[in-house]
Design a protein around this ligand. Structure first.
Ligand code: ACO
Length: 439
């Protein structure tokens, strides 16, 4: 049987609750790709039970047409297009259009879209003053979170989330301004003047310009680095219902404005188990320091009591390989060659670590493979980015995915407030005892 989730399915799974005469008939929904999913929306009404799924690994929280992952086959599709083809042939702005609107643009549509994004890249001058309130050593993710959240104070009409035009304007503003906010977070941390965006540069090149240029020097463009940056942005643009995207959707399900929702996504991305992993990979490589220490490090990772993880390895969904990691590894070689970096000790160390881990039964049996972050940190370091900027860069790219998912959710008639339940294991009901009579 094949049906879309929207159409009435003919096949049901049945659950019978032992010791009762209760039965639930769960419709099996089929998407265009991937396994069927059991629709449990009537489970409690029919059977008096609900489901337990910490981490939501077995739960589809929404219907989506944006991104598809097959974790066993190492497949990642944006709107049906394989990530490898997009990384090779497309540009980040074209991918942004695709994610937002569902189709690749015609030349005229792309011209309009690029113009719309380029024309919104400046920040309101008053937003600039926020920076004076941040400490110089503030983590740029903290700055991103604060500034993006505060944008709703400048665009109060963005609270009209039921107006499709307002939603689109907010999406344009976010995609256009996030490179400026990210680059300024960096410039502030090193005490250099903010560079204003340049409309004659591509999205990726303009970001590199705002990061690296200084007023007294002419800026030298580098097409290889521009292409590498564009590819990094494409690879990070969306990844279906990951932790930060689910956070954006959960916040959005309450009717919160898009800037607040994306700020929530930035906060979720910051953690080392998610977007913070690329920063953590470099820290880990620096701590290992030398190939001769790899064995000891791997033993530590395998020791359950150590809480040490091999950062950049493992993924909730990919249990074969992360297709983004392969493209990232290739890009890594191109960037190092372009920059004339012949021997990069961190890359040598990473490759040796990867080789040893991929032959070790601990990682093989748990299906742990390098993820996108294993190599991205090395490229970014070679391009001159400090480690604290790795996760902000990820946030820059993912802003497009977050806002596309948010737009899809708001337009979805099935959207309702996200409100998971719990398996309560606390004290049963008991009576209050006066403080003098306790203990
Ligand atoms: N190093 C060592 N052991 C690991 C690792 C790792 N990186 N990842 C998972 N494991 C182990 C777990 O300890 C567990 O072992 P057990 O079965 O003996 O208890 C087993 O592999 C299964 O792992 P889970 O924790 O169930 O996997 P989960 O899907 O919950 O976690 C995650 C996925 C968070 C990505 C995890 O692999 C991890 O922390 N990796 C390192 C951080 C990282 O690189 N994050 C980036 C993810 S990609 C992204 O966000 C862009």
């Amino acid at each position: 049987m094949s049906s879309t989730a929207a159409s009435a399915p003919a096949v049901h799974a049945t659950i019978t609750i032992p010791g009762t005469n209760k039965t639930a008939s769960l419709p099996l929904l089929s998407g265009t790709l991937g396994p069927q999913v059991a629709d449990i929306r009537k489970l409690q009404a029919q059977a008096g039970i609900f489901t337990f799924d910490p981490g939501y690994g077995e739960t589809a929280s929404c219907e989506s047409k944006i991104t598809y992952i097959d974790g066993d086959e190492g497949v990642l599709l944006y709107r049906g297009y394989p990530i490898t083809q997009l990384a090779e042939k497309s540009t980040f702005l074209e991918v942004a259009y695709l994610l937002l609107f569902g189709e690749l643009p015609t030349e005229a549509q792309f011209k309009d879209f690029s113009h719309g994004i380029t024309m919104h890249s400046m920040l309101h001058e008053q937003i600039r003053r926020f920076w004076e309130g941040f400490r110089r050593d503030a983590h740029p993710m903290a700055v991103l979170c604060g500034v993006v959240g505060a944008m709703s104070a400048f665009y109060p009409e963005s609270v009209n989330i039921n107006d499709p035009r307002e939603r689109e304007i907010s999406a344009f503003r976010l995609i256009a301004k996030i490179p400026t906010i990210t680059a300024w977070a960096y410039k502030y941390s090193i005490g250099q003047p903010f560079m204003y965006p340049r409309n004659d540069l591509s999205y990726a090149e303009n970001f590199l310009y705002m990061m690296n240029a200084v007023p007294p020097e002419p800026y030298k463009k580098n097409p290889i680095l521009e292409r590498a940056m564009d590819r990094i942005l494409i690879l990070h643009a969306d990844h279906e219902q990951n932790a930060s995207t689910s956070t954006v959707r959960l916040a959005g399900s309450t009717g919160a404005n898009p800037f607040a929702c994306v700020a929530a996504g930035i906060a979720a991305l910051w953690g080392p188990a998610h977007g913070g992993a690329n920063e953590a990979v470099l820290k880990m490589l620096a701590e290992i320091g030398d190939k001769k220490h790899i064995k000891t490090f791997i033993s530590e990772v395998k020791d359950k009591n150590s809480h040490t993880k091999l950062m950049g390895f493992g993924h909730r969904v990919y249990k074969n390989y992360d297709p983004r990691a392969k493209i990232m590894q290739q890009t890594c070689y191109e960037v190092l060659e372009e920059l004339g970096i012949k021997d990069e000790p961190l890359l040598d160390l990473a490759m040796e670590l990867e080789k040893i881990a991929l032959e070790d039964d601990y990682f093989v049996s748990r299906k742990l493979y390098p993820n996108v972050d294993f190599y991205s940190g090395i490229i970014l370091k070679a391009m001159g980015f400090p480690t604290t900027m790795f996760t902000p860069l990820f946030a820059l790219a993912r802003t497009t995915g977050w806002i596309s998912q948010w737009m899809e959710m708001i337009a979805d008639p099935q959207n309702r407030i996200g409100r998971p339940r719990q398996l309560y294991t606390g004290a049963p009901q008991r009576d209050y005892v006066d403080i003098a009579r306790r203990g």
